[in-house]
Design a protein around this ligand. Structure first.
Ligand code: ZN
Length: 426
């Protein structure tokens, strides 16, 4: 069987209908239009096929290229070789440190090009058209130039697929993107040396702008704008445009970070305030920054498990459950187990004596005069009025010992949580 027959056979077997974006198969003319724009004297991809080969390959080769592309569309699979690129590190110059990888731009020579709608020329065309339209209507046109250089290198592939999926794009676009980027690989070539192959898990191909539809809502740029609006950053941009002032990169990233923090923090707080079952948790972990007790696990790796148990107990919702130790029903099972259940009286006393006897716990912390609710909060890591002015080092040490002594008691009642189907990992 010759190659032609093989191809025809594969094509016939594929019954999947073409649709929407990929509806129309590539034509030889279309490919010829692109081939005409190829420049000679360029480095070949990993297949060692140069532009010259394609330009001078004539109609016969064109026919085959067209065949291959349409088979790719139909099969929804891109040949491995097409997903492999050669990375050439290009020194950025400007006296940048030559030993620092960031001083090099990674240029990928990929085999899959031919994507007609993408690249700088259409962007320039669009810009020119915009200028024309606005000049005719004699109105102002503001143009935002987005430095996507680093952003696109660092696009997180799974996030990209999530976005495409969320935007309810055509499944074929999803498949196509997925196959182009998943299992993409490359090797680095430098000074005649060749590295091993490695897989690429971030970055998009140059010129792949991901405006996937006539509708611009499917573009990364659109997402950036909605993100700016969401975090109240768009107003900044408007002011900058009006005042003809663009802040330094460092200042801008500070503004972005602060705006996001403020927004997320407020959202977090209002979510907690509206939910009674999270009241204790909101006292223990009132801000969005890392949980204090989780940070302590770095300081005290030997008490990691014990500290994480405290975090889990403090994060558990206030929920009604039956204590299988004393058969009483409690509206707050965590409080009942740690502070009230009479079956655990001995264990509780042992725990409290040990904590009180701990020399590292400053005597002026009068935690045992607190009411049950406040004491429980302190035990689970809250910084309330009583421990507020405690030196952070003293507080850390105190929590270390509390975690060590709460843990044995927890072992006695953990089964109650499992029996009540609490989602508990420990
Ligand atoms: Zn009980």
């Amino acid at each position: 069987m010759d190659v032609t027959e093989k191809f025809v056979n594969i094509a016939v077997k594929l019954e999947k209908p073409f649709n929407a974006f990929f509806d129309v198969p590539y034509t030889e003319d279309e490919i010829y239009e692109q081939v005409k724009t190829f420049k000679c004297g360029k480095a070949p991809g990993p297949d060692y096929v140069c532009n010259e080969h394609i330009i001078y390959g004539g109609n016969t080769l064109l026919k085959w290229i067209c065949y291959i592309f349409n088979t790719i569309l139909k099969c929804e699979d891109i040949p491995l070789l097409y997903r492999h690129g050669i990375i050439i590190p290009l020194y950025k110059g400007n006296n940048k440190d030559k030993s620092n990888p960031n001083s090099y731009r990674a240029i990928v020579l990929t085999s899959f090009g031919f994507v007609p709608e993408h690249g700088a020329i259409p962007a320039l065309y669009t810009l020119k058209e915009c200028i024309n339209v606005f000049m005719k209507s004699k109105s102002k046109l503001y143009v935002g130039f987005l430095d996507n250089e680093k952003a696109f290198d660092k696009i997180w592939h799974d996030g990209l697929f999530f976005e495409i999926e969320r935007n309810r794009c055509n499944w074929k676009i999803m498949e196509y993107t997925f196959m182009s980027y998943k299992s993409a690989s490359a090797h680095v070539q430098y000074n005649g040396l060749t590295s091993d192959n490695f897989s690429i898990s971030q970055g998009v191909g140059q010129g792949d702008q991901f405006i996937l539809d006539a509708n611009a809502e499917h573009s990364i740029t659109y997402n950036i704008i909605t993100t700016l609006i969401k975090y109240d950053l768009f107003a900044f941009l408007e002011t900058y445009v009006n005042e003809d002032y663009i802040p330094e990169k460092v200042l801008w990233s500070k503004i972005v970070r602060q705006s996001i923090e403020i927004y997320e923090e407020n959202r977090w707080k209002s979510n907690l305030e509206n939910r009674n079952e999270l009241k204790r948790y909101s006292k223990i972990h009132p801000t969005l920054c890392g949980h204090r007790l989780i940070r302590l696990t770095v300081l005290y790796p030997d008490a990691k498990l014990e500290l994480l148990v405290l975090v889990a107990l403090g994060s558990t919702a206030i929920k009604k459950a039956t204590c299988t130790l004393c058969n009483k029903e409690s509206f707050d099972i965590i409080k009942h187990l740690i502070m009230e259940c009479h079956v655990l009286l001995t264990e509780r006393n042992v725990m409290f004596y040990k904590i009180v006897d701990e020399p590292s716990i400053p005597k002026y912390v009068d935690i045992f005069n607190l009411d049950d609710d406040d004491l429980l909060q302190v035990l689970l890591g809250a910084v309330n009025d009583t421990v507020y002015d405690l030196d952070p080092i003293d507080w850390s040490r105190m929590m270390y010992y509390i975690a060590k002594h709460v843990y044995p008691m927890f072992k006695k009642f953990r089964h109650v949580l499992f029996e009540n189907r609490f989602n508990f990992e420990f």
